[in-house]
Design a protein around this ligand. Structure first.
Ligand code: S3P
Length: 430
């Protein structure tokens, strides 16, 4: 993919459905009694991996495009798959499904692509084992492929070292099947889509400060789920609107759950002209339309409790910081090293290639912004968020940017490049 600075981005855009919510709607719908109707489902490769895993366990799923119908098998109705379950590139599929599989009455082997086979699974194997689960890393390296032998589970109170919604959700899902209450305490609150949606499906879930609790369930019930636009996808257009002179973009129907909205706070701290319009849906998943206009951005500090609320947006924040005036420090973000790629190393590598002044630290990076950026060859390391970050950054750089492995955007945003170009062509519409 070759891109260069094409001028202002103007117009309206609706980003695809939230990835985390789409995964959960398929999973919980599969375990529920009755049909779950999912509107705005993300048709990205990650969420399609989740559909395929549940289909292999006997769940009938009709994917009609924007609407997906999941005809649930009930809490105890999954069937032993005839083949290995392939989670593709999806950490959410791998980790959440492990919580469910730990409690079934069959054995299953779970794997994924080369990236998934390098991602740490000990973080779920350890708490699930404490609940009585029988999970083995087949190669003995605490990564997938995993052999999970379903068994009876008991409730635990687990204190996690990492603030991770994938870890928390795996434990809560296992807790649906346990013989007592299951609790997870995390250092900071991570995204709470599982807690919200499990409640909607009839589970008994509560949250107090950084602890989520679930009671064993007898049944979940199919629901209508309206998936809001993914703030992690909107992030690229928020950044593009702010960074490219003359831009004004209205991004419609974006999920602004407070456990996901850290990007908005950081943008404001950097001096962004950003307005939330039409805020609605407070009870389920809150949403809003986001209006951004080009702004003179300055550096800031990003660390502590806000990190889990913007973890997937940090690559884009780092690039915004490179284009902003002054210094930005990102700290407490060691989790970036174990995402689809090592996002600290990969951001430093690629921002440096574009002329930015960036230093890698143990748990983040220091970006001294304001140096002129130039086009470069970007290695996406097949990480969708890296590819999208640099497609946007190319809009602020002199000369040609070439993104290697650009197709990986299919993981979360198949039409990303078309929609980016669409805003450039619609000059003056807003
Ligand atoms: C996700 C949680 C986050 C996030 C990932 C999706 C989820 O991962 O990075 O893209 O859907 O629960 P961690 O829980 O590992 O932080």
């Amino acid at each position: 993919m070759e891109l260069k600075k094409w001028g202002p981005l103007r117009g309206e855009i609706t980003v695809p459905g939230d990835k985390s919510i789409s995964h959960r709607a398929v999973m919980f719908g599969s375990l529920a009694k009755g049909t779950t109707e999912i509107h705005g489902f993300l048709q990205g490769a990650d969420c399609l991996s989740t559909i395929s895993c549940f289909e292999k366990m006997g769940v009938s799923i009709e994917n009609k495009g924007d609407v997906v119908l999941v005809h649930g098998n009930g809490l105890h109705g999954l069937k032993k798959p005839e083949t290995i379950l392939d989670c593709g590139n999806s950490g959410t599929t791998t980790r959440l499904i492990s919580g469910i599989l730990s409690a079934q009455d069959f054995d299953v082997t779970l794997t994924g692509d080369a990236s998934i086979q390098k991602r740490p699974m000990k973080r779920i194997m350890e708490p699930l084992s404490r609940m009585g689960a029988d999970i083995t890393s087949i190669r003995g390296n605490d990564c997938a492929p995993l052999l999970i032998r379903g068994t009876k589970l008991h409730g635990i109170h687990y204190t996690s070292k990492v603030a991770s919604a994938q870890v928390k959700s795996a434990i809560l899902l296992a807790g649906l099947y346990a013989d007592g209450i299951t609790q997870v305490t995390e250092p900071f609150v991570s995204r709470n889509h599982s807690e919200r949606m499990l409640k909607l499906f009839g589970a008994s879930v509560s949250t107090e400060e950084t602890t989520a609790s679930i009671s064993p369930a007898t049944q979940l019930y199919g629901q209508k789920v309206m998936v809001p636009g993914d703030i992690s996808s909107a992030a690229y257009f928020i950044a593009a609107g702010l960074m490219v002179p003359g831009s004004e973009i209205l991004i419609k129907n974006v999920g602004i759950n407070p456990t996901r909205d850290g990007l908005l706070h950081v943008c404001r701290a950097m001096g962004a002209d950003l307005t939330l319009l039409n805020v609605r849906g407070q009870e389920g998943e809150p949403t809003a339309d986001i209006l951004v206009r080009h702004s003179a951005l300055h550096g800031t500090t990003v660390g502590g409790a806000i990190i889990p609320t913007l973890i997937d947006e940090l690559p884009m924040i780092a690039a915004m910081a490179a284009a902003a005036e002054g210094e930005t420090r990102i700290c407490d973000a060691g989790e970036l090293k174990v995402k689809e790629s090592n996002r600290i190393a990969v951001m430093v590598e690629n921002l440096t290639a574009m002329g930015a002044d960036v230093t890698e630290t143990e748990d983040g990076m220091i970006i001294r912004g304001g140096k002129p950026l130039h086009g470069a060859v970007i290695n996406s390391h097949l990480d969708h968020r890296i590819a999208m970050t640099f497609a946007v950054t190319a809009q602020c750089a002199e000369g040609l940017t070439t993104i290697q492995g650009a197709d990986c955007v299919n993981i979360s945003y198949p039409r990303f490049y078309e929609e980016l170009m669409g805003l450039i062509q619609k000059r003056g519409v807003c």
